[in-house]
Design a protein around this ligand. Structure first.
Ligand code: RIB
Length: 293
């Protein structure tokens, strides 16, 4: 069983479904409201656990009702929470999601996720050192991403950086990360002075760009390659990127090739969008394999 450590956010997703997305200053009537566990870090941890990895989560929650629910959810999915601590004086992170017109809009309030500081991760160093792969995203402080990147580099542990949501990243972090997985908008912000094709060529077998239903693009050192995704009836695309990242990490950590891992990740992500909620459709290992064969 491969070991995955996730340093990242745990949030509660407050999801409204509506036929119409309100414009600025407009009020519309919605259809439903649901509260489900989310946060990019937690989503990736749960996705990797469902795919059969031994997952250790490093994160923070508030000392509140949402925090308790999140801990129960981790336990139910077999994620190790020795390094998920409740903090006082703030609330559990929340994501305010509108599902409308076939896509989502999200406002994240980081809350306790801002307490995942470099010092906090330093105290969890053993979990990082024991991992076959570390996953990190950007709903936590920037200096923590920098610290984790240097720590993984020093320990020789492969690091997958999912640069979402988008913000500038230092050249050092880009160099130290083993894999960087932006979507097309994040890639444009990460490499503003380059065409996407140039950026892919500069970081072969390291940078890959997810393009939703168009699949994923990367450069294999000789040429640019697109790995097509699987066509499905999407109900909710929230968390598809997280499923993709987790599945890719599990595939690579297990020794699959780069391209095999991308196909595995595409299949897992395509299954994840068929149910409501970021984690609602995240598939088990058996489901992915049954759908691949
Ligand atoms: O990637 C999807 C996640 O982004 C949601 O679960 C929400 O928490 C937001 O952070």
């Amino acid at each position: 069983m491969v070991k995955i450590a996730v340093v990242g956010s745990s949030s509660m997703d407050l999801v409204v479904t509506s036929k119409q997305r309100p414009a600025a200053g407009e009020t519309v009537l919605g259809e439903s409201f649901k509260t489900v566990p989310g946060g990019k870090g937690a989503n990736q941890a749960i996705a990797a656990a469902r795919l059969g990895a031994d997952v250790s989560m490093i994160g923070c929650i508030g000392n509140d009702y949402y925090g308790e629910k999140i801990m129960v959810n981790f336990a139910g999915n077999g994620v190790n929470t020795d390094n998920v601590k409740p903090v006082t004086g703030t609330e559990t992170g929340t994501a305010h999601i509108i599902l409308a017109e076939g896509d989502n809009s999200i406002v994240v309030v980081k809350g306790a996720n801002d307490y995942i500081t470099p010092e906090y991760v330093q105290a969890c160093r053993d979990a990082v050192a024991a991992a076959d792969m570390v996953l990190i995203q950007q709903e936590i402080p920037e200096e923590t991403v920098e610290y984790v990147s240097s720590l993984c580099f020093e320990l020789g542990v492969p690091l997958l950086l999912n640069p979402a949501p988008s913000r500038p990243i230092s050249a050092k972090v880009i160099d130290q990360a083993t894999y960087i997985t932006p979507n097309e908008h994040e890639a444009a912000e990460l490499f503003p002075s380059m065409e996407l094709g140039q950026a892919l060529e500069k970081y072969p077998n390291k940078l890959f760009v997810t393009e939703g239903s168009k699949g994923v693009r990367y450069h294999n050192g000789q040429k640019e390659v697109r790995v097509e995704t699987f066509k499905v009836e999407a109900v909710d695309t929230t968390g598809a990127g997280d499923t993709f990242n987790a599945a890719f990490a599990v595939g690579i950590a297990e020794g699959k090739s780069f391209e095999e891992s991308l196909v595995f990740a595409n299949r897992a992500a395509s299954l994840s969008v068929m149910k409501f909620g970021a984690q609602g459709g995240m598939p088990t290992r058996e489901e992915v394999e049954a759908n691949l064969s």
